[in-house]
Design a protein around this ligand. Structure first.
Ligand SMILES: Nc1ncnc2c1ncn2[C@@H]1O[C@H](COP(=O)(O)OP(=O)(O)OP(=O)(O)O)[C@@H](O)[C@H]1O
Length: 231
């Protein structure tokens, strides 16, 4: 459903992605792996239309995304949970969730209460300011907000970074369920290889802006991990 063909992406004159080819099929789960600074976040920003300049081809279900602004990519079904979560601290949980509905198709632009099955704590805290939630709760809110857009594919940038271990497991379980039970395709930037192996169907390993290995997750060998990741 999502295809990147020979994609370069630039910050000013600096080329942060070079010749990237990646495919994510409907309902697939792709983990994007690699050390700090290799271009993982940049790849997500390119998919979302947030880079200064992108060359090559980006297609969603065959539709060329070039020139399509970010909010229309969201309407087309691409949701994003950024690194650091992007919660608005002075907006309540309900208001943060409502923001997500703005990217939903017109007939579904109402609060999707199904997210409370995944994250019951958010129902209890609907009136609380986002900034007063714990890190783990904010991450749950960021995922719940992304789901308000009723996406077909969700991009998650290090969703378990800096979160206490018992909540990490809960978040990993939810991400897995979104993919397996709801059929939402996932692109996950992750440092945790164990989770990537458990949850993904495919992987892509980046090094200095290039994809150096990719394929079915069964081909993600320890040797590749040691060569290209900081573990
Ligand atoms: N706003 C920016 N302006 C210029 N260069 C940038 C900018 N953001 C990132 N870069 C550079 O682009 C390259 C790729 O960065 P990117 O954030 O995509 O890496 P990453 O793999 O996501 O790393 P991390 O795990 O640290 O988030 C790095 O060399 C980085 O210094």
């Amino acid at each position: 459903m999502l295809e990147l063909t020979n994609v370069d992406a630039f910050y000013g004159n600096s080329r942060a992605l070079q010749g990237v080819n990646v495919r994510v099929g409907a309902g697939e789960f792709l983990s994007v792996l690699g050390r700090n600074g290799v271009g993982k976040t940049t790849m997500m920003r390119a998919i979302l239309g947030l880079m200064d300049r992108v060359t090559g081809e980006l297609r969603l279900d065959g539709r060329d995304l070039a020139g399509l602004p970010t909010h229309l990519r969201a309407k087309a079904g691409i949701a994003y949970v950024p690194q650091g979560r992007g919660i608005l601290p002075r907006f309540t949980v309900r208001e943060n969730l409502t923001l997500g509905t703005f990217a939903a198709p017109a007939d579904k632009a109402v609060l999707d209460e199904e997210v409370f099955e995944l994250f019951p704590v958010l129902r209890d805290f609907l009136g609380r300011n986002g900034g007063n939630l714990s890190g783990g709760q904010q991450q749950q809110l960021a995922i719940a907000r992304a789901l308000q857009a009723r996406p077909r594919i969700i991009l998650l940038d290090e969703p378990t970074e800096g979160i206490q271990p018992n909540i990490v497991e809960q978040i990993e379980e939810v991400i897995t369920r979104l993919n397996r039970e709801r059929g939402i395709a996932v692109v996950l930037v992750e440092q945790n290889v164990r989770f990537a192996r458990r949850a993904s169907t495919r992987f892509a390993l980046l090094e200095k802006g290039r994809v150096v290995a990719e394929g079915s997750v069964s081909a993600l060998t320890d040797d590749l991990v040691h060569r290209h990741m900081a573990v």
